[in-house]
Design a protein around this ligand. Structure first.
Ligand SMILES: Nc1ncnc2c1ncn2[C@@H]1O[C@H](COP(=O)(O)OP(=O)(O)O)[C@@H](O)[C@H]1O
Ligand SMILES: O=C(O)[C@@H](O)C(=O)COP(=O)(O)O
Length: 420
């Protein structure tokens, strides 16, 4: 294995894995830190470990990320990548800074980069500040995030309370200098600081290539998934693409949307408008017992169709509430997870999920441990095959990712392959 990646949530991990596979690396995604009995199949070049540490306490995130890094190194990883969200989801107390510091210290690495950008999904870094579709992070939808509302857009400010170490911002002008000048600047900073983070300008794919050529050999990189493909391409340049091809599956499909994100709302609407079969899962009806996973499943069984979408009342149009009551959110997650379980037990082979937390609940319920990564349906959203269940195709979409016809594409690609 060449690259070991620690991701702080599940959709983030599948996002990272999709770009590594796109860059030609044979990639496996593991659901949590693998058991000692799990051995990495020969030929695997990258392993991504999906943790659920984004909103844990900093102590827990640090401890789990440390164990994951130890596992990856023991399994042969020569380079580590800490993957967090392209919107830098964290709180003033962590966990990005806390985990980054630990990885630098424990591995005696002086510095790494901080690169949340994912230009293809409109997340960019200019002069040390993070933008979402050209809007500063703290003025974007992330300012109201229920768990990690983003209070600033300037990365050194965001890191201040979370990390013990300073940031060195390399803006457009600095990054346009010759390599030797940039390296000298970083070396001078290193003289003053035992550990630090370099924050390079990163607005497009050309910037990504430049960052990889300057910093791609560091033993630790951190960021969103933007750097993954050019990094993988560095490794795979001189040999054929090793990312495995995934055979299509003709089995029935269940689609589950527990996300209230704007992109998911549009995707649900588009699916229904184009004749897809949808069933609304209503949080208050679940609470009152008027709806249950069983009653919803029976409702689906009454339709003569090969694919059915279950969507929360919040994802088919305007969200009932911006964030939702915790009990309602949890009940919705559990119901969606049970529906996915029922589908698999009834012979469905394609499971398509929208929403990070919802994906976490579904994968937990399905008990799959590791996945082979295939082609992408949208940037950052691959088709995955559980190693223990090669007949299953699983797709997990981060709430705000994907085109408006995402669900139709996901059905088409899982059934007929990427070139259909
Ligand atoms: N109508 C609703 N009322 C309350 N909670 C909801 C509603 N719709 C969805 N939720 C919950 O909101 C959360 C959405 O989070 P997630 O699945 O991570 O999506 P995203 O990736 O868009 O943030 C889930 O916990 C889900 O159960
Ligand atoms: O980097 C990203 O934007 C994604 O990979 C990611 O982390 C998404 O998280 P959720 O919004 O919780 O799905």
């Amino acid at each position: 294995m060449i690259l070991g990646c620690i991701a702080d949530d599940f959709t983030g991990a599948s996002d990272a894995a999709s770009f590594l596979a796109k860059g030609g690396m044979r990639t496996v995604l593991c659901n949590g830190i693998p058991q000692d009995s799990f051995s990495v199949e020969e030929g695997t070049e990258a392993v991504v470990i999906a943790l659920k540490t984004r909103t844990e306490t900093a102590e827990k995130a640090v401890s789990e990320s440390f164990q994951a890094s130890q596992w990856l190194k023991k399994a042969g990883a020569k380079q580590l990548y800490f993957k967090y969200c392209s919107t830098f989801d964290s709180t003033p107390r962590g966990n990005i800074g806390a985990v980054g510091d630990m990885l630098l210290e424990k591995n005696s690495i002086p510095y790494t980069v901080l690169c949340p950008s994912l230009p293809i999904n409109k997340r960019t870094v200019r002069d040390g500040s993070l933008y979402v579709d050209q809007v500063p992070l703290s003025e974007s939808h992330m300012k109201n995030h229920p768990l990690t509302p983003m209070w600033d857009s300037y990365l050194p400010n965001l890191m201040r309370g979370q990390s013990k170490y300073p940031c060195l911002v390399l803006g457009r002008e600095e990054m346009s200098a010759p390599d030797e000048e940039i390296i000298a600047k970083v070396a001078a900073f290193a003289k003053e600081n035992p550990h630090f983070y370099v924050v390079p300008e990163y607005e497009d794919d050309r910037d990504a290539k430049r960052i990889v050529s300057l910093f791609g050999k560091l033993p630790l990189l951190t960021g969103g998934s933007g750097l993954m493909q050019p990094l993988a391409e560095e490794y795979t340049r001189s040999r054929p693409n090793q990312a495995g091809n995934i055979a299509p599956s003709t089995g029935k499909a269940i689609l589950v949307a527990g996300s209230c994100s704007v992109a998911t709302q549009g995707q649900v609407r588009s699916f229904l408008e184009n004749g897809g079969t949808g069933i609304v899962v209503n949080a208050s009806k679940l609470l009152s017992g008027e709806q249950t996973a069983e009653s919803l499943w029976q409702q689906a069984a009454s339709f003569d169709t090969d694919s059915v979408l279950f969507y929360s009342a919040g994802s088919g149009g305007k969200p009932e509430k911006e964030t939702g009551d915790n009990r309602e959110a949890e009940l919705l997650e559990q119901t969606m997870a049970r529906l996915a379980q029922k589908a698999v037990r009834n012979g469905y082979t394609r499971i398509i999920v929208a929403g990070g937390e919802t994906s976490g609940a579904v994968t937990k319920a399905l008990h799959y441990h590791a996945y082979q990564i295939g082609e992408s349906i949208a940037p950052g959203v691959p088709v995955m095959v559980p190693l223990e269940h090669p007949e299953i195709r699983l797709v997990l979409k981060s709430g705000n990712f994907g085109q408006s016809d995402f669900f139709l594409r996901a059905l088409q690609i899982t059934e007929k392959g990427a070139n259909s």
